[in-house]
Design a protein around this ligand. Sequence first.
Ligand code: DAH
Length: 343
Amino acid sequence: MSDVDSLITRLRDLETEALAAVDAAHASDALETVRIEYLGRKEGRISGVLRGLGALGPEERPRVGQEANRVKAALEERLAVAEATLAAAEEAQGAPDLTLPSRMPRLGGIHPVSRAMDEIWSIFRTMGFTRARGPEAETEWYNFEALNTPLDHPAADEQDTLYLEGGGLLRSHTSPVQIRTMLAHEPPIRILAPGWVHRRDTYDATHTPTFLQIEGLVVDEGVTFVDFKATLAEFARRYWGEGTRIRLRPSFFPFTEPSAEVDVKRVVDAPEGPVETDWLEIMGAGMVDPNVLEAAEIDPDRYSGFAFGMGPARIAMLKYGVTDLRTFFESDVRFLSQFGGGR
Ligand code: DAH
């Protein structure tokens, strides 16, 4: 074998070996090692073969040179393909798998007490009521005295009320919003005042120390007990359904005279047909006491009115058959998702 042929054979053997080494490498540093071993300028094995060119005649050198270039190009190309394949595989590992089944969206739901608030509000709104608000930190005067409740009255007892440093208190009901509204606006007044109230109560199935109330107040010339009863009866029918009846039981509140507890009797569907429920108490109410009008600088000889206060959580309990008030506060989705939302 001539020297040329033996050099060419060595180049081809190197080519076979190098391509196999590329195929066996599965990381970019392994590919780099192959590159240096075969293609390195000084120490590379192809360069090593070409050192034998010096022993050849000038007319023989180009054949070997050409073969060396072909082998180098083939190896470069195989290395480039291997590097690209490796990069694509690495990228795909971090990328999302678009063939996975999609997750169902979780739908939020309106909290049952918020829903009761919204429904109550939307009924009174169509009857011409507007919304009013007042502060949760109140004074004794707004919370009690202006509402015809002397501070030595049991309702004003420190037992029930959370006092703040400096003489203020957390309002124990939304009724002070009546006073604030009447002081700020001339009649006619028709407001609904929702908000949080606070009492020193235990946390049990029927009490929570903090709860929502909705206050209603109507003051105008010539407002009578008929307007009072008709308004509440209409509310009850719209909220609980056409067949619903209301009953007023005589009661006492310092800020109304006469005062009443309002009960509803609903008609519910049963397997044997529609049946009436027991009477359920839904709110306290009454005709605004003239002393309250006077405290709020409204002339009781010219104006009269009625007021009512209810707890939307209690209303929601009655509407949805919930027996423990605390479930409304515990944010357990198994409970809440029964009222809509969830999957
Ligand atoms: N403020 C009363 C309470 O918290 C509820 C109430 C009763 C409000 C009668 C009224 C009303 O406006 O007329 O127990």
